[in-house]
Design a protein around this ligand. Structure first.
Ligand code: TXA
Ligand code: MG
Length: 314
């Protein structure tokens, strides 16, 4: 077998042995293991170098019953699932007792998502159960959006990476907490607040402390190089630096111009950050995207990347 070209059957067999595999989804690639096997889930944490008290999302096959995974499911969660699954939305719900602490980080809630990527769904159907999967990057680093990114993160330690091409969305799912009285967005995603509110009505502001969630840490999604958000004028005043620009690269700069349309920008952002992070230079300068709800998730990821950049790998 070519280690870089595994089949669906290879992936199912590995999952049944309790191993982890690299899995394409429409948002980012996941590091997947059998959700019903705590030892397999523990291997995800070991590979990622992720603290054990950080919960992971359980990915579900189309047709799975929410009630098999969660209890006390409010109407809001059923409405969101009906509207947006399969798709880039994670729901936080009260867990069924069988969902292990390895998945929930010891909390009494579980994150559930039904991914839309056809290869992810084929695998979930063939496996016949839920797959626990965080993003397939080492803890605190940029999420992978191609199979090559996943191989670069883990190398021989992860022999099976299914290649589903470049992820269509490119940044992580929108997380909505439906476990408390009033639903709220814990992590913005390209499925925007406007579309969530079109189903649920207006969401209140933030209520109370957010549950533990590594995607919510201030420092996350970080390249190794220092990273700074800049105005166009600042970019133009610093020729020769590595830059990510909106639309057109400023004269004299090295770097990548991303499409100024938010969904296309999100699609290419992480690959651009990785590419520049691997190039020589002092810092990565990023042109601040415009305001507006369609850019909310992108601003969130850029802010966290800037907060965590330039630190040694954990
Ligand atoms: O798009 C995505 O969500 C990708 C793909 C692979 O599905 N997954 C992903 O996983 O981004 P991860 O582990 O990198 O981020 C998932 C986020 C984390 O911030 C985690 O802490 C949070 O979901 N989460 C999971 N279960 C939770 C829970 N019970 N309560 C609060 N947050 C939870
Ligand atoms: Mg992640």
């Amino acid at each position: 077998m070519d280690a870089h070209d595994p089949t669906l059957a290879d992936a199912v067999a590995a999952l049944r042995r309790g191993e982890c595999i690299g899995l394409p989804t429409e948002t980012v690639y996941g590091l997947a293991a059998d959700a019903s096997d705590p030892a397999a889930v523990a291997r995800i944490f070991a590979l990622k170098g992720r603290p054990a008290d950080h919960p992971v999302i359980v990915h579900l096959p189309i047709g799975a019953a929410l009630d098999d995974y969660a209890i006390a499911i409010p109407a809001s969660a059923r409405a969101l699932a009906a509207a947006f699954w399969p798709g880039p939305l994670t729901l936080i719900l009260r867990r069924q007792p069988w969902i292990s602490d390895a998945i929930t980080g010891g909390q009494d809630t579980v994150g559930l998502r039904m991914p839309a990527h056809p290869l992810a769904q084929q695998l979930l159907q063939a496996f016949g159960g839920g797959l626990a999967a965080p993003s397939a990057n080492r803890f605190g680093r940029i999420s992978p959006t191609t199979a090559a990114h996943v191989r670069a993160e883990f190398g021989d330690r992860l022999p099976i990476v299914l290649d589903g091409g470049a992820c269509a969305v490119g940044i992580e799912s929108t997380i909505v907490d439906c476990s408390a009285a009033a639903p709220r967005i814990l992590r913005p995603g390209m499925l925007g607040r406007d579309r969530i509110e079109a189903v649920l009505g207006p969401l209140g502001g933030d209520a109370g402390p957010a549950p533990r969630a590594s995607g919510l840490l201030e420092k996350h999604y970080a390249p190794r190089a220092p990273l700074r958000l800049c105005t166009r004028g600042e970019l133009e005043a610093q020729p020769g630096e590595r830059v990510i620009a909106l639309g057109v690269l400023p004269a004299g700069s090295r770097g990548i111009a991303l499409d100024p349309q938010p969904s296309r920008y999100a699609h290419d952002l992480y690959a651009a950050l990785r590419q520049l992070d691997n190039a020589e230079g002092q810092a990565i300068l990023i042109e601040q995207p415009p305001a507006g709800t369609q850019w909310e998730a992108i601003h969130d990821r850029l802010r966290r990347a800037a907060a965590g950049a330039g630190e040694p790998s954990p």
